[in-house]
Design a binder for this molecule. Structure first.
Ligand SMILES: [Zn+2]
Ligand SMILES: [Zn+2]
Length: 265
C-alpha cells in the first residue's frame, strides 16, 4: 500500500515480473518517490487499474500515463469520467464481472456501490502461486457481488472509513455526513467488520484496513473495532492499518516458487 485515504490512494500488486498499480491518486512526482522507496521504477509498471474517477484515485493519472505510458484498465463509466486525464493513453474498458490478464496476474473487476460513474473493486490472482488479493474501498455498503468477490482471498484490503459515532459528532456539514454514511458513500468500521466476518476462511492471511478518514476515524479505533470481530472468529492472519502518508506491506505469498513471489506491497 503506497498510501490510502481521501488525500490519495495507490496499491501496488506484484506477481513475478508483473506489476500493476490500482489507482494513481498521488501526483506523478509523489508516485515516483513512493515507488522509488520500494526500489521500483515507474516505467516498469505494466498497467494502471482505476477503481473510479474521484480525484483521490486519479490525481496523478494525466502526467503518469503521458510520462510512463501505462495502459489503463477501467470501466467505460470511469474512462468517461476520467477522459480529460487520459489523453492519448491506451485504454481497455472492462465491465464488472470481467476477468482479464496482465502478465502473470489474473484480474477480476466487481461492482461497488459508490457515488461515481461506474465504480469497481479488483481481485488479483497470481498465476504462479494462486495467491489472491482484493482491493475493496470506496463503497457505501457491501452487496452480494462484493461478498462473492472477496470470498476466497488471501489478502483483503478493505475500507474502514469512519467510526459512526465520530462521523455523527464530527465537523462535517449535515449533507456530507449523509453522503459518507449513505449506501453510495464509504464503509464504516462496523460495516467493514460485518463484511470481513462473512469472508473469513482458513487462507485469509492479511486484512489491511484502508481509506481511513483523517477526520472521522482514528487508526487505533478502526483497528480495535476489526480486532474485536476477528477475535471472535478463527482468523489466524494479521491485521494492518494502511496510513495515508507512508507505505505499508508487502502482504502476501512468500512461498510459491522458491519464495521469490510476492503479491502486494
Ligand atoms: Zn476514495
Ligand atoms: Zn470515491
Amino acid at each position: 500500500m503506497l498510501g490510502s485515504g481521501s488525500k490519495g490512494n495507490a496499491v501496488l500488486v506484484e506477481s513475478g515480473d508483473t506489476r500493476v498499480l490500482v489507482d494513481a491518486g498521488f501526483s506523478a512526482r509523489r508516485l515516483a518517490e513512493l515507488l522509488g522507496q520500494v526500489g521500483i521504477l515507474p516505467q516498469s509498471i505494466d498497467a494502471l487499474l482505476l477503481t473510479h474517477e474521484h480525484s483521490d484515485h486519479v490525481s496523478g493519472v494525466a502526467t503518469a500515463v503521458k510520462r510512463w505510458r501505462w495502459p489503463v484498465y477501467a470501466t467505460a463509466g470511469t474512462l468517461r469520467g476520467a477522459a480529460d486525464l487520459l489523453g492519448p493513453a491506451t485504454t481497455h474498458a472492462v465491465a464488472p464481472g470481467d476477468r482479464f490478464t496482465v502478465g502473470a496476474l489474473g484480474i477480476e473487476a466487481f461492482r461497488t456501490s459508490h457515488d461515481a460513474q461506474e465504480p469497481v473493486g479488483f481481485v488479483a490472482t497470481s498465476l504462479y502461486s494462486g495467491t489472491r488479493a482484493a482491493v475493496v474501498t470506496d463503497l457505501g455498503r457491501a452487496t452480494d457481488e462484493v461478498r462473492r468477490a472477496v470470498e476466497r482471498v488471501d489478502v483483503l484490503v478493505l475500507e474502514s472509513n469512519h467510526d459512526e459515532g465520530l462521523l455523527e459528532s464530527g465537523p462535517y456539514p449535515w449533507h456530507l455526513k449523509r453522503r459518507v454514511a449513505g449506501s453510495h458513500g464509504h464503509l464504516s468500521n462496523r460495516a467493514a467488520g460485518e463484511l470481513a466476518t462473512g469472508c473469513l476462511h482458513r487462507e485469509l492471511r492479511h486484512v489491511v484496513l484502508a481509506h481511513l478518514s483523517e477526520t472521522n476515524n482514528v487508526p487505533a479505533v478502526a483497528h480495535e473495532s476489526m480486532q474485536r470481530v476477528l477475535r471472535r472468529s478463527r482468523f489466524r492472519g494479521a491485521l494492518h492499518v494502511a496510513p495515508q502518508h507512508g507505505i505499508v506491506g508487502p502482504f502476501g505469498d512468500v512461498g510459491g516458487l522458491g519464495g521469490q513471489l510476492s503479491l502486494g506491497l
